[in-house]
Design a binder for this molecule. Structure first.
Ligand code: IFM
Length: 455
């Protein structure tokens, strides 16, 4: 790869999320969230780990931003914890929460690092879960009100907003698999949550537009590359079903203003979609400025003879990583090209991609994550190929800046470029961080100047 491979202004970043790094869960007026509750459920998270302290980023954020400088990135994606702003999810505003995220934003801008702010990365305020959570339509309206409060404070300076991170996971991993908060296992609730999350996105976009924010507005979906295990018509049909709920159930409403034709038949025995009201899909498909893609998985699907109508099996990969999925950079190229070809000409950002490992410090203290270095190299190259095939790719944000609370895994696996020694909170650059630093230095990535509203 040469420096000519990526256009000037390309955003090279990295990403984190509030609950995974901040800690300080009871400080400065923060209210509880569904994750604070879920981690206390016996067996929900490995070893009973919690995000109570996590990387203590709430107190160490300035030193952590020095790591961004050290890497040489010109962009950084972080999320705002709704319950730091509105401890009860609605109503009373907590100024200390707004002050915290204002400090983060201003410090990044001063460093020439462009903030991309995610407004919802899975940490719903508990008070809203008590009123039905994502199964309740009102939660979308509460999200719009929260976004308006944030936009009033930061709308004059944040260059890029993401309404939601990975609504697939919020809806299905949280409400069907029960592996994430709120830990529900009910398919009708999960599909209802899909719609209310998309409606929340719509309310968030409306709030940002109404506040005349200077920044661009987008959403991040985790997309998978799904293919049939064979040309057999049953395998092809099974792959289409998986593609429905992993990809099209989100892409179609956002970019075509309708649910896919096969959604109603697939969910016929589960829900009649009565939760969709007039005007919802028009609002959900309101124009955006960019699209975020998180990519982790390409997989083959075969039919399940025991359930030919709804069933499917994931073909186990030949070389699974510790989370059971294979390293398949080709899949990143496929999902990026699909978004551009089938859905939208908007600029696309890879807002996450990364590899879980059991990293450890060797006797010299070095963390030799050669597999992660290779993962990033190969995925950047796949993204470059997609760009040369016509995808308007505008940025790349490897997951993650540092090891952090990996949801149901707790601290049991690591995704960071910086190793976190949780006993001391020391951050140590892994081999992948040193590689990314050198990769960016070779490209002389310029810092980005902030956009500001006219005084
Ligand atoms: O850690 C998560 C992140 O919060 C959302 N995307 C996937 C990552 C790795 O599992």
């Amino acid at each position: 790869m040469t420096e000519k491979d990526f256009p000037p202004g390309f955003r090279w970043g990295t990403a984190t999320a509030a609950y995974q790094i901040e800690g300080a869960v009871a400080e400065d007026g923060r209210g509880p969230t569904i994750w604070d509750d879920f981690v206390r459920r016996p067996g929900a998270v490995r070893r009973g780990d919690t995000g109570d302290i996590a990387c203590d980023h709430y107190h160490r954020w300035h030193d952590d931003f020095d790591l961004l400088d050290e890497l040489g990135v010109n962009a950084y994606r972080f999320s705002i914890a709704w319950s730091r702003i509105l401890p009860d999810g609605a109503g009373r505003i907590n100024g200390a929460g707004l002050d915290f995220y204002e400090r983060l934003t201003d410090d990044l801008l001063q460093r020439g690092i462009s903030p991309m702010v995610t407004l919802y990365h899975w940490d719903l305020p508990s008070a809203l879960q008590a009123r039905g959570g994502w199964a309740a339509r009102e939660t979308a309206d509460r999200f719009g009100e929260y976004v308006r409060v944030v936009a009033d404070r930061l709308g004059d300076r944040v260059p890029q907003w993401l309404t939601l991170n990975e609504p697939y996971c919020s809806a299905f991993v949280g409400h069907l698999d029960g592996l994430h908060a709120p830990g529900i296992r009910d398919e009708a609730t999960a599909v209802t949550a899909v719609h209310h999350l998309l409606l929340a996105h719509a309310r968030g976009v409306e709030a940002l537009r109404a506040a005349n924010v200077v920044g661009e507005v987008g959403i991040t979906l985790n997309l998978t590359s799904v293919r049939p295990a064979s040309a057999d018509s049953d395998d092809v049909a099974a792959a289409q079903r998986v593609d429905l709920f992993e990809n099209r159930l989100f892409l179609d409403p956002l970019f075509r203003g309708r649910y896919p034709d096969d959604a109603r038949s697939f969910y016929a025995g589960v829900t009649d979609f009565a939760f969709v009201r007039d005007g919802d899909l028009r609002a959900i498909s309101a124009p955006l400025d960019f699209m975020g893609v998180n990519y982790y998985e390409r997989h083959a699907v075969e039919a399940n003879p025991a359930d030919p109508v709804r069933g499917w099996h994931r073909v186990p990969p030949e070389s699974p990583t510790i989370t059971g999925i294979a390293v398949e950079p080709q899949g990143l190229r496929e999902v990026l090209e699909r978004v551009t070809r089938e859905y939208t000409p908007l600029p696309v950002y890879v807002t996450e991609t990364g590899l879980a490992l059991f990293d450890y410090a060797d006797p010299s203290g070095a963390i030799n994550d050669a597999e992660r270095e290779e993962y990033f190299r190969a995925h950047i190259d796949a993204a470059r190929q997609a760009m040369h095939a016509g995808v308007p790719l505008a940025g790349f944000y490897p997951w993650s800046l540092m090891d952090n609370f990996e949801w149901a895994w707790g601290y049991g696996c690591r995704y960071g470029m910086y190793y976190v020694d949780y006993a001391t909170q020391q951050r140590i650059p892994k081999r992948s961080a040193l590689w990314y630093r050198d990769f960016l230095a070779a490209r002389e990535v310029p810092r980005l100047t902030p956009v500001r509203a006219a005084e």
